[in-house]
Design a protein around this ligand. Sequence first.
Ligand code: SF4
Ligand code: SF4
Length: 205
Amino acid sequence: MKLPKIRELREAIKALIKGPYTSKFPVEPHTPHPNFRGQPKFDDKKCVGCLACEEVCPVEAIAHKDIVMDTNDAARTMIHYTDTCIFCGRCETACIAEGEGIKQSGDWELSFFDRETESYETIKKDLQLCEVCGEPLACKDHLKWITQRLGELTFSNPTLYLAHLKSLGITDENIVSALKDYGRSDRFKVLCASCRRQTTLTTKE
Ligand code: SF4
Ligand code: SF4
């Protein structure tokens, strides 16, 4: 009979004292190592809907959908496809909300009963619309994030200044102007880049 080597004997004794290396999953829930980097999760309170994470994701596991029902009901849905994600962590590194908008968790589970409905997670962010053309401009929280970083420089940009007043509740939300002359009357509004260009370059008084 072949005798076990010393190293194997040492491992067997260690396993008897400390318990086995393997977990008893699925009989018992598996607890990953504290440093395990698993599924990233959105935090709807911290995420500002800037799309930087979508931009850097190497496998297109992050996407978004902008849905405008009317001027008071416009939202961006951020989607994380949990069946596509490779847990690389680039989204967390690129997140402008100091890595708090999307953060890797200890969640490692990748099995679903229904892939169509269970293989993704979503959060919703309110959208700011252009007050002339009604197209989505950015998420309201993103505009707020920009104004907080710019400080008093915000007051040199009518769009950011007005967005700041809206976030304070001083001016009305998402009013889309009936008058669209791209002239002086439209200049002091929350505008998308295209409408800002037209109102700035127009010669109309
Ligand atoms: S962890 Fe990597 S693959 Fe997964 S969503 Fe983030 S960037 Fe994409
Ligand atoms: S704030 Fe972070 S999580 Fe939210 S969209 Fe931007 S990069 Fe992604």
